[in-house]
Every structure is written in structure tokens, then in C-alpha cells.
Ligand binder design. Structure first.
Ligand code: GLN
Length: 192
């Protein structure tokens, strides 16, 4: 049976588990927080939350190397919001922690500012035939992307969804809406 891991250190863990179970009831979904668990999964979700906290807990739980190796070897990864901040190559203006450098994007944290802490927007998302209503919460933006990165959605402010091979990065929270089309795009990456 296909097993999907949700990195379960901090953030929107249970919401992603429920969203995956809704999108594909025949999948096994596990909360991954201990060494050895990610290697046993066929795909991984890195949820939204607080990227500084998740990054610290990754190191203290000893799973950073395993996560990086899995992503580098081609395991599909869905990285949402704080997850996107974690997998990028550069966080603009951030000096307190280093991202994992898996995806060739530069990211600005909390890029919409305090006035737009949280909002919803209809996105034209590449591959979807009608708009996707996306929920943004203290969201990051992709401010630069390398040639191997495909832009999937943008707002006036910049890019909010992109894919590079097995890595799908979103500035918003697909687990907080009933529309499971983006989780399905992610699950289709298992076939690639
Ligand atoms: N602002 C958060 C961070 O940079 C991300 C917010 C979220 O995941 N909803 O970690």
C-alpha cells in the first residue's frame, strides 16, 4: 500500500492528514516525526506552521539528513507555506536559520505584511480548468526561481505556486479547503 508521510513536528499536521485521507481513501497516511519513518514513505508533505520551529525540531529529532536524501532521490514532496520556506535555496533577509536548499527558489517570508496577514484569493492554477480558492496565512512569496522551476500560479505580488521535478511548493494552505484538486496533483506525482 502506498504510504504518505506528513512531517509532524509542528503546524498543520492533522489538517493535511485528513485532507489526504479525503483525497485518496486507499492511501496510508502517517505522521512522520522519528528517524526511519520518512524512508518508509513514498511521498512526503511538509506542512505550514512556523518554519523556524520546524527547522529546529527537524535537527533535534535527527531526521534532517533522511528528509533531504529522500527529496534528492526523487520522492514527491508537497511543501506548503512554512514548508516552502524550508525547502527553498534562499530566504531573503533571513539570518537566523538556513533553508534546506532543495528547490531552486528564493522566498520572502511573511511577504504580504501585517495588513494582509490572512486572506483568500482565486488562483488560475496551471493544469486546473477553473479557479482554485486559496487560503493564505502569513504567507511567503517566491521572489526568484531558477530555470528548472515551473511557475503554477501567481498573484499581483508574485509567484505563489511552483514545481521543480518532484517538489511542489505552495505559499497557501490546500489542507484548509474542501477542494482537493491540488492534493490530487501531488498524488499524481507518485506516478511520474
Ligand atoms: N510565516 C510562517 C513562516 O515563515 C509561515 C506561515 C504558515 O505556514 N502559515 O514560517
Amino acid at each position: 500500500m502506498t504510504r504518505i508521510g506528513v512531517l509532524a513536528l509542528q503546524g498543520d499536521v492533522s489538517e493535511h492528514i485528513l485532507a489526504l485521507q479525503r483525497s485518496a481513501p486507499d492511501l496510508e497516511v502517517v505522521a512522520a516525526r522519528r528517524p526511519g519513518q520518512i524512508e518508509e514513505c513514498q511521498a512526503l508533505v511538509i506542512p505550514g506552521g512556523e518554519s523556524t520551529t520546524i527547522r529546529r525540531q527537524m535537527d533535534s529529532s535527527g531526521i534532517t539528513a533522511e528528509l533531504v536524501a529522500a527529496a534528492r532521490s526523487g520522492m514527491p514532496v508537497l511543501a506548503t507555506c512554512a514548508g516552502m520556506v524550508l525547502i527553498c535555496r534562499e530566504i531573503v533577509g533571513e539570518v537566523r536559520f538556513r533553508p534546506l536548499g532543495l528547490m531552486d527558489i528564493a522566498v520572502s517570508r511573511n511577504a504580504f505584511g501585517a495588513q494582509r496577514e490572512s486572506f483568500e484569493a482565486d488562483l488560475d492554477f496551471k493544469g486546473l480548468d477553473r479557479p482554485y480558492r486559496a487560503v493564505f496565512i502569513r504567507a511567503p512569496l517566491i521572489v526568484a526561481a531558477g530555470p528548472g522551476v515551473e511557475v503554477l500560479a501567481r498573484l499581483d505580488e508574485g509567484v505563489v505556486a511552483a514545481r521543480q521535478k518532484n517538489l511542489l511548493a505552495l505559499a497557501f494552505h490546500p489542507e484548509l479547503t474542501d477542494d482537493s484538486r491540488i492534493h490530487r496533483i501531488f498524488l499524481d506525482m507518485l506516478e511520474d
